[in-house]
Design a protein around this ligand. Structure first.
Ligand code: FE
Ligand code: FE
Length: 323
């Protein structure tokens, strides 16, 4: 075994070989935790946040519909229809090759998530909304093959290849399955994969950022996965798409509830690639939640779109332009 460049020479006495030099000790102590895993009640937390944000909101009915869907997701998370579908050897191989162990692009074709969609359809409470009832009926009448085609399209970002009304239901089933599997992974020592905005657990794109305000994560930015809700650390003030830090701008909606600059959510806008990513600041509102706050700030997407900025981050609960 060879030493890393700059590391102290290996001593003959093995008991000394694990002693860290002062610089290494500082590096180990200050290295930010790479992951922040979702809590076991993440969907309940999301539902409560959506209901809070729905108060007086122009899209209150839609936010409450998604809150109900989140409560059904929480039921599935607590009573998982299937176990982790990836065997230990495949997990080990993925990790050793720097690949996400729950890669969405392959697992979505293998169908282990199908029982999750079936269970979601069985647990959904009846809706008084005719459009919702029609969407649920269409899903209930669909074959597994059709469901797979729609799910592949959704995770691939091809929103025009499935009916917009079905997006939240298919998205909810997929999210519940992947979050459950993430929390069941025995080895959660995940490493960065591909680009900054790609989830180390499932390879899906980030939905939004989150600047944390507590403990070891205080002041650090994490990106929240659009599928499995895994959060991974990415330094602040850096475009997660082109990695530029030049002239980034932070934009928020005017809001009576917050002083200027203290909004719970700002969009990090990059003039270099003309793309933005929303992020929540827990320091400004400790209850902020990426998916809920994203859906409640669609007016910001409209404004940034008019200014020529593009959004790349998916939210599996909403087809772009289909809300
Ligand atoms: Fe993920
Ligand atoms: Fe950029």
């Amino acid at each position: 075994m060879t030493n890393q460049p700059g590391a102290p020479a290996k001593k003959k006495d093995d008991s000394l070989s694990t002693i860290l030099e002062p610089g290494q000790i500082e590096a180990a102590a200050t290295a930010p935790p790479f992951l922040h895993l979702p809590s076991a009640n993440l969907f309940e937390h999301r539902a409560a946040r959506l209901e809070h944000l729905a108060e007086g909101h122009a899209f209150a009915d839609y936010l409450r519909l998604i809150a109900d869907l989140c409560r059904t997701q929480q039921q599935l998370l607590e009573n998982p229809p299937t176990d982790l579908p990836v065997a230990a050897e495949r997990q080990r191989l993925c990790l050793s090759h720097g690949l996400p162990p729950l890669a969405a692009d392959s697992l979505v074709r293998e169908g282990a998530w199908q029982p999750w969609l079936q269970a979601l359809l069985e647990h959904l409470p009846p809706s008084g909304n005719s459009a919702v009832s029609e969407a649920v009926r269409q899903l209930r009448d669909s074959s597994e093959q059709q469901r797979t085609v729609w799910a592949i399209a959704l995770l691939g970002g091809h929103y025009d290849a499935l009916p917009a009304a079905l997006v939240p239901f298919i998205g909810a089933a997929l999210q519940a399955a992947w979050s459950s599997w993430l929390l069941a992974l025995p080895n959660q020592e995940l490493k960065a994969v591909g680009s900054l905005g790609q989830c180390p657990c499932c390879g899906s794109p980030a939905m939004a950022g989150l600047v944390r305000n507590r403990g070891r994560h205080n002041g650090l930015r994490y990106l929240a996965c659009s599928l499995c809700a895994c959060e991974w650390h990415v330094v602040r003030v850096k475009c997660v798409y082109c990695e530029s830090s030049k002239d980034l701008r932070y934009t928020s909606l005017a809001d009576d509830r917050h002083r200027a600059g203290k909004a719970a959510l700002h969009a990090e806008c990059c003039p270099g690639c003309q793309v933005y990513l929303k992020q929540c600041y827990l320091e400004n509102d400790a209850a902020a939640e990426p998916l809920a706050d994203d859906l409640a700030s669609l007016a910001l997407d409209l404004r940034l779109g008019e200014e020529g900025f593009q959004r790349l981050a998916p939210n599996l609960m909403l087809a772009p332009g289909g809300g």
